[in-house]
Design a protein around this ligand. Structure first.
Ligand code: FAD
Ligand code: SF4
Length: 585
């Protein structure tokens, strides 16, 4: 790759325009407006193109971050899109909702001084650019895939592949090898969230006949029914789903597997050769306090599903009204709570978030908390609900909370909250939204004999292949990990696709992960050499000495992770954790 020497020394991310808070508190239009080409190029030029490129190892699906940003910096948007799309089936989604600060951006070298490069913003820009330039984008992607196939078919395998086509971190993500023919096989995919869409798309590319079964009437999983329109427009999810449909994947909606037919019947009666289960973690948790049955009490999933999936906010054009109340209390401190609070605000309620720890301990992304505050959502932190109060007609009138104070850290590392005796007080409200976490639905486990699960109903799988204890049945996403993130679900879908391909076609070419491992030792050595040379020869001329030294550290860490053969998202997590700790120190 061509070097970039005149990188942009701006310490902070190029600002991304957002809708005015006063305006957006009343509309479901998207809050963040995205970069235009000038802003994108300016931001891309903040990337120092460091040799160790920890950003790639920080991405669970191995997006070649350094490469695509380099293309944007040189205004080659088609090549940038091809690089991203080749690794990530849902770039417009990930560019908007991935928690980049704890993944690629969390380990970005530029974050050591000032802010990390806006990798998510650039990914979003390039996905939106492709929407406006479909032919150019499709041509570039086809060319890239042909180049990759040629490189991987070379006798030296992955080791001979172009450095950027098979980047560090990315090379360890298992992929179905070129030349694989799955056209004789039928695969059933249960659920249609990001894990399923990724798995289905990967298998279809190699000729498999894939049918996705979805319980709801719309596909996309949480992308469609959970994440609100103002963060992730549904038209955009539909566009990404259509691209997967174009590969030949078919969708059967309104089909609850485990009720209409079970997994065994899918195989024996409907003739599927393998099944991928990614049913998510959609079962809400309750507080278990008095009054949860009152009118005006609901869980975040219900509110968000009614609003997102049934477009309740467009009543009466859409026939499903939603009760948002005038004074709404949302309990919880995670991203789902922020989504529920901001949704209720847009429906016209006066909203208070009640959370039992302090703002610093809230698990929600800082950006989401800030956006909620800007929109007028109030926060009553260090308060915990103990009872819901209703009137004689069964309608909610308030929530009794107790004040909390923080003690010593618990096993999660966060300070444990304790009740302050005698501090009970009532917050008046006519709507109360519970958002304290989701669990997995036990239906599939209960209807699939021999399927090993944990005590929390999580499906147990082989980490490399996604294989479950039932031969021919694979699983991934939140149903395996518990409630996590879009990109981790996608990584699991990609790994399982490679596992399924190897299961269906054991005589075929070795799966990409194995090919990568075969070549892995040579590659690790090459990486180490590269890393050692990096700071001396290749680092851009105007990189500050601290950056170069840090690049060296990063390279050593990344090389060690690769040499140890650690799976990509495990590696990414470890690298991210270590680097964030180092940065804090
Ligand atoms: C409100 C909300 C906001 C979020 N925001 C973010 C965010 O900003 N960034 C981020 O990275 N992550 C976010 N997440 C988490 C992320 O969306 C999930 O981790 C991810 O969607 C998991 O993907 P999945 O494919 O495993 O399952 P899901 O997306 O949950 O999809 C599972 C699908 O399976 C279907 N299903 C379930 N049981 C059956 C059955 N028996 N038969 C057929 N179909 C079935 C469900 O209807 C669903 O459509 C959020 C989650 C929620 C709830
Ligand atoms: S880690 Fe290095 S290559 Fe990756 S985005 Fe940051 S500066 Fe660029």
């Amino acid at each position: 790759m061509a070097k970039m020497v005149n990188y942009n020394r701006q310490g902070y991310k190029t600002p991304m325009p957002v809708l005015d808070p006063a305006e957006r508190a009343h509309t479901f239009a998207e809050v963040s407006l995205g970069y235009n080409a000038e802003r994108a190029v300016n931001e891309a030029r903040r990337c120092i193109q460091c040799n160790s490129r920890p950003c790639v190892a920080g991405c669970p699906v191995g997006v070649p971050v350094r490469e695509f940003i380099g293309h944007i910096a040189r205004r080659d948007f088609a090549a940038a899109y091809a690089a991203v799309r080749d690794a990530n089936a849902l770039p417009a989604v990930c560019g908007r909702v991935c928690p980049q600060e704890s993944q690629c951006e969390g380990v970005c070298m530029r974050g050591r001084k000032g802010e990390a490069v806006g990798i998510g913003r650039l990914e979003r820009f390039i996905a939106d650019w492709a929407e406006e330039h479909p032919e150019e984008a499709a041509r570039a992607l086809a060319e890239r895939r042909a180049a990759r196939a040629a490189a991987l078919a070379h006798p030296d395998g992955v080791a001979a592949a172009d450095e950027e086509i098979t980047p560090l971190g990315g090379k360890a993500v298992p992929v179905i090898p070129p030349g694989t023919d799955l056209s004789a096989f039928r695969v059933a995919v249960v659920g249609s969230g990001p894990a399923s869409l990724t798995c289905a798309g990967e298998l279809a590319k190699y000729g498999a006949s894939v049918t996705v079964f979805e319980a709801l009437h719309a596909v996309g999983g949480v992308l469609t029914y959970g994440i609100p329109e103002f963060r992730l427009p549904k038209a955009l999810v539909a566009r990404e789903v259509a691209a997967i449909e174009k590969l030949g994947v078919t969708f059967e909606v309104n089909t609850v597997v485990g009720k209409i037919f079970d997994i065994e019947e899918l195989r024996s009666e409907r003739g599927f050769d393998a099944v991928f289960v990614a049913t998510g973690a959609g079962l809400p948790s309750y507080l278990g306090i008095e009054g949860e049955g009152l009118n005006g009490v609901c869980v975040a999933n219900e509110l968000l599903t009614r609003v997102n999936l049934m477009r309740a906010y467009e009543f009466p054009e859409y026939e499903t009204p939603v009760f948002a109340g005038q004074r709404c209390v949302v309990v919880g401190g995670g991203n789902v709570a922020m989504d529920a609070a901001r949704t209720a605000k847009r429906l016209g309620a006066d909203v208070t978030v009640v959370y039992r720890r302090s703002r610093e301990e809230m698990p929600a992304r800082l950006e989401e908390i800030r956006h909620a505050e800007e929109e007028g959502v109030r926060f009553a932190t260090l308060n915990n609900p103990v009872r819901l109060i209703g009137d004689d007609a069964g309608w909610l009138t308030g929530v009794e909370v107790v004040s909390m104070e923080l003690g010593e850290p618990d096993e999660s590392g966060r300070r444990r909250p304790h009740e302050v005796e005698g501090s009970n007080h009532v917050i008046g409200c006519d709507m109360f939204v519970i958002s304290i976490g989701n669990r997995t639905n036990p239906l599939i486990a209960q209807t699939t004999p021999g399927l090993e699960t944990t005590s929390r109903n999580l499906i147990v799988v082989d980490e490399e292949t996604g294989a479950t204890s039932v031969p021919g049945v694979f699983a991934g996403g939140d149903a395996v990990s518990g409630a996590a993130t879009v990109i981790l679900a996608m990584g699991a879908g990609k790994r399982a696709a490679a596992g399924i391909a190897a299961y269906l076609n054991p005589e075929g070419p070795a799966i990409g992960a194995l090919a990568a491992q075969t070549a892995g030792e040579e590659r690790a050595e090459a990486e180490e050499t590269l890393a050692a040379e990096a700071a001396v020869e290749d680092e851009p001329a105007d990189v500050a000495p601290d950056d170069a030294a840090a690049a060296d550290e990063q390279a050593a860490l990344a090389a060690a992770l690769v040499a140890a053969g650690i799976a990509p998202d495990v590696a990414a997590r470890a690298a991210a954790a270590a680097l964030i700790e180092a940065a804090k120190a």
